[in-house]
Design a protein. Sequence first.
Length: 302
Amino acid sequence: MIFGRTRFESENLVRRGIQSGYNARMNELNTPPLEETNSLPQDAEQNPAAKAGKSLSARELRAKRKLQKRDALKTNDLAMWLVILPIVFFMGLGSGWLVWGRSLPAAAAAANTADAQVKINENVKRYDVSIDGNPSIGPEDAPITIVEFSDYQCPYCVRWYQEVFSRLMETYKGKIRFVYRDFPLYSIHPNAESAAEAANCAGEQNAYWQYHDALFVQKYGLGNEAYNQYAGELGLNAEQFSKCVNDHIYKAEVEADVAAASSLGVSSTPTFFVNGLAVIGAQPFEVFQQLIDKELAGEIPK
């Protein structure tokens, strides 16, 4: 697409420009246009020499036409460049905008991430999010409880885990209770539900968080073979684990999390609730830091 024109339309535009330039020159010479150059002129209006009363031999006529065609082709080349050059210029301008016009705002946004301020509405809404016996890490009486609804196959969830999770838990060590709840996006992530069930099966052997971490690192990807490899590396009982996964023991548990998320209005992953305050998307560390600091300082209405 070139500024509202398809490539096909642009090529037609160039051809029409070439054609019009050629035909204009041929009209000045009173000769037929490009489409009719295979036939010789038949009357005085088409042949200036005949109109002047001169009689030219067939050989002379052919030589005359050859010169006229050469002149017309020169005009043709000029018309072509007159049409092509503006298009090339605007294509270059457009591609420059696509590269720089899009990257600069993104770079500016990235540069200002640390300076971004979390604005808290005075009428802030806190959601009543049940932990409901789901896996958690951190003190049960921690002043901050973060509930994450996530999907093991979601690339944004993976990125948040790799870039924010460990840093957050280390920075606020002893102050955060982190709860993980499943929200597999069935329609676009075919392995998300099975991964969630596998993690819960690992939890039967007190290895939920180790398995959670392995799924997000994705050393072997996702799928039944990968699930067994993770279980083997963690030293889980292979027979117990495989039976749990194959029998879909935790399918209902995963579906219950999905229903709970939907009742809260969750529609994408990852979605977080920090002491009931909703944070949508794989937000950077600084966003969570500011929110948690304000919450710990009592600056957010209860």
